[in-house]
Design a protein around this ligand. Structure first.
Ligand code: P6P
Length: 333
């Protein structure tokens, strides 16, 4: 396949769809460059003295790894000066991060989970970066948290990087989903999968089964039917995978189908689930829908959920459309 760089792809997509203005292209290229830098830091592992805990907690009350903080800083520093952003928000920071006054401001809002899957960092299992791009509201003065509280359907771009055996960047701007692989020798992103599509049917599911005793009935019924395999109502056998890095599980599903679930459960009845809506569920839901899949919170399309708080959590069922529709229908009964 002729080598197509990320820049060439974005320029050609702009010609085709006219929905990637130069400022958005610059934003995507800066985030992609940050992912290269993060990949390099992650790849050093113990040799780079970047492993282990940072001895602090983030706004979620989770112990921060050194690489969580390093990745967050890399994204902030790379995106501050370009003039394409009005503000940023991150899983690792309580409040929003306005662009410093010494730099020009742009019309986009960038949200990210700088290093998703932190529990896997120290044991050399794939981790990644997830990002979401919104337009700043027209006439916005000083950006506030409220300006970020837009439903996922308003995203203008979303993507994730997986730092694994290969470093890949998966991206959508609303015209389908494309995957770029990092050419580590040249330091450039090369288009390696065009217009990715999730198979509608699947025989593979992803859920943390250690929580089974806490699941609510619709999830329990759905998983039990798959565990019954060809002897049960589904009349086919299923396989299970759980990497505990959403980016890695979603990337597998984009490539070979499947359903990823992080449901609410009885452990914390007032919590709708573990994953965060704004910078995990929304970007992944945008990508999955653009690849022909579906993404709900068990009751409604994730992209239609109206956020109330920047770090709010949401239940997630995403992947092969027929399976997401099935488990969602069980919630409606
Ligand atoms: P558990 C990583 O911490 C994460 O946010 C997702 O990437 C992943 O899918 C999930 O949490 C794993 O959660 O409860 O299985 O450790």
């Amino acid at each position: 396949m002729k080598r197509v760089s990320l820049t060439q792809y974005l320029v050609e997509e702009q010609r085709l769809y006219n929905n990637i203005p130069a400022e958005l292209r610059l934003l995507i290229e800066v985030v992609a460059r940050s992912c290269k830098t993060i990949s390099h830091a992650v790849g050093k592992g113990a040799l780079g003295e970047v492993l282990g805990s940072a001895g602090s907690e983030n706004v979620q009350g989770e112990v921060q790894k050194k690489l969580d903080i390093i990745s967050n800083e890399m994204l902030l520093e790379a995106n501050e000066w370009g003039g394409h952003l009005a503000a940023m928000a991150s899983e690792e920071m309580e409040g929003i991060h306005p662009i410093p006054n010494r730099y020009p401001k742009g019309e986009y809002l960038l949200l990210f989970d700088p290093l998703d899957g932190s529990s896997n960092i120290d044991v050399n299992v794939s981790i990644g970066t997830i990002f979401s791009v919104l337009k700043a509201p027209d006439g916005m003065a000083e950006p506030t948290e409220k300006d970020f509280l837009q439903c996922g359907a308003k995203q203008v771009a979303a993507g994730y990087a997986v730092y694994g055996p290969q470093t890949v960047l998966v991206l959508t701007t609303g015209n389908g989903v494309n995957c770029f692989t990092l050419d580590r020798e040249m330091g450039s992103w090369v288009l390696t999968q065009r217009d990715m599509k999730i198979p509608a049917e699947t025989k593979e599911f992803a859920i943390n089964a250690s929580n089974a005793r806490h699941w609510y009935p619709p999830v329990k019924r759905y998983v039990d039917e798959m565990l019954a395999g060809e002897t049960g109502v589904r009349q086919k056998n299923f396989n299970m995978r759980w990497i505990a890095s959403m980016v890695a599980d979603v990337h597998r599903i984009l490539n070979r189908g499947g359903i990823f679930m992080y449901p609410a459960d009885a452990r914390e009845p007032d919590k709708p689930g573990k994953l965060r809506l704004m910078y995990e569920a929304n970007p992944m839901a945008f990508i999955v829908e653009q690849a022909g899949g579906a993404a709900t919170n068990g009751k409604q399309r994730i992209l239609d959920v109206q956020p109330q708080k920047l770090h709010e959590r949401v239940a997630v069922f995403l992947g092969s459309r027929s399976e997401v529709e099935r488990v969602t229908s069980y919630h409606a009964e």
